[in-house]
Design a protein around this ligand. Structure first.
Ligand code: PLP
Length: 430
């Protein structure tokens, strides 16, 4: 069972869920109000589809509400059930859009190495993690990848964040020029890369990137699946970094994971092309049986009521700043800690063998996995992030400062135990 920020196991032992499930339980566990909204909708009208101009009340109200929360250029909302299917839908929208505009060759989508956008064939292709590609014959041809905006690992020694951002924009420009600007349709990015290692973009990154996208008439898809609905201390991550997306994917925090729901937000610019030109190509042949599911949308309405009534976006900014400060104060500069990073209510602590020499641990030592395992013994749920020797934090947004203190303390105990273990194994730790 779950209550607040806590999960209880089958022995009734409490754990602080410092990852909010999979970065999604933004309002915390045990919210009767959401359960009641689900029940009410299930009793009134459990299901009706959204095809052929049919529709039900809950998704209509939710679409209107989400649109009012989103950047002002967002015009329409398409509901799905997962972040993966939202990103799939975005790619189809982009391809359809360019076909309508008579640019059938403008189809390639650029993502970043280490990105995570889901696991369907298209979403995994957008992702930049080898585990999503190896043994699946992916990525698909039209999906390309550019440099990860990870200052700690990817910037040349001594380069400022701002200069690194200019270099990353140049990398993107070079890739678009090489492929041919008339073949590149869209760029997709998480405001903060989550599963790929909680990678916060360097200073001015999106400003520089957006100049390149505008120059080549390339659409921008913001994958707000983790960052949306308060995670970074603003309603959307795009607000934090000055991102002006043409399309936005959301999921997770829209229902706090109580039931599945995702959405593609479509800007007026893209929508107008669909409206004016789709007559020529025929109907947008897309939609799932469970698109705009009334039960999911009723849950989302109750979830957003809580988010607004309790001021959880503002709380995420305030308590998130405390979490960032505490993690840095306790762990930055310590042996085995390479970097403490994050913004708002998302953070990571990355482990290295030699912080001064920036020498990574041998991946076979699985340091982050061990730390996460030990943390569990101290009542803390965190997670070793794939492709990075780091553990991640994204607690429910109503976490208290006292609970943040417990997270930091448990992580410290776990880290000390792993350090002792490595010393016993004769691993040299600088
Ligand atoms: N996009 C991002 C940024 C995500 O973090 C995730 C999942 O973690 C997804 C997309 C995929 O969402 P789902 O697992 O609901 O398909």
């Amino acid at each position: 069972r779950g209550e607040g920020v806590h999960i209880y196991d089958n022995q009734d032992r409490a754990y602080i869920d410092a990852l909010a499930g999979l970065w999604c339980v933004n309002v915390g566990y045990g919210r009767a109000e959401i359960a009641e909204a689900i029940e009410r909708q299930a009793r009134t009208l459990p299901y009706y589809h959204a095809f052929a101009s049919m529709g039900t009340e809950a998704p209509a109200r939710l679409a209107d509400r989400v649109k009012r929360m989103a950047p002002s250029n967002m015009s329409k909302v398409f509901f799905g059930l997962s972040g993966s299917d939202a990103n799939d839908t975005q790619v189809k929208l982009v391809w359809y859009y360019n076909n309508l505009l008579g640019r059938p060759q403008k189809k390639k989508i650029i993502a970043r190495h280490r990105a995570y956008h889901g696991v369907t064939v298209v979403a995994a292709s957008l992702g930049g993690l080898p585990v999503l590609h190896n043994a699946f014959d992916l990525p698909l041809g039209p999906m390309l990848h550019t440099t990860t905006p990870h200052h700690y690992w990817n910037a040349p020694e001594g380069m400022s964040e701002a200069d690194f951002s200019r270099q990353l924009a140049q990398d993107l420009d070079d890739l678009i020029q090489k492929e041919g600007p008339d073949t590149v349709a869209a760029f997709i990015a998480e405001p903060v890369m989550g599963a790929g290692g909680v990678i916060v973009p360097p200073e001015n990154y999106f400003e520089e990137i957006q100049k390149v996208l505008k120059k080549h008439d390339v659409l921008l898809i913001a994958d707000e699946v983790i960052c949306g609905f308060g995670r970074l201390g603003k309603t959307f991550g795009s607000e934090v970094f000055g991102i002006e997306p043409d399309l936005m994917s959301v999921a997770k925090g829209i229902t706090s994971g109580y039931v599945p729901l995702s959405a593609c937000l479509v800007s007026e610019k893209v929508w107008q092309v669909l409206v004016e030109k789709s007559g020529a190509l025929g109907v947008f042949g897309h939609g799932y049986t469970y698109s705009a599911h009334p039960v999911s949308c009723a849950a989302a309405m109750a979830n957003l009521d809580i988010l607004e009534r309790e001021g959880l976006v503002e709380a995420a900014a305030k308590t998130g700043a405390y979490m960032q400060e505490r993690l840095r104060a306790v762990f930055a500069g310590q042996p085995m800690v390479g970097e403490v990073r994050g913004v708002g209510m998302i953070a990571a602590v990355e482990f290295v063998q030699d912080p001064a020499g920036k020498k990574a641990f041998d991946p076979a030592l699985k340091v982050a996995v061990r730390v996460a395992d030990k943390a569990l013994d101290h009542g803390l749920i965190t997670r070793a992030l794939p492709n990075s020797d780091a553990v991640g934090f994204s607690p429910p947004l109503m976490v208290s400062e006292a609970e943040i203190d417990q997270i930091v303390e448990s992580l410290g105990l776990a880290l000390n135990e792993v350090r002792d273990e490595l010393v016993r194994e004769k691993v040299a730790i600088a």
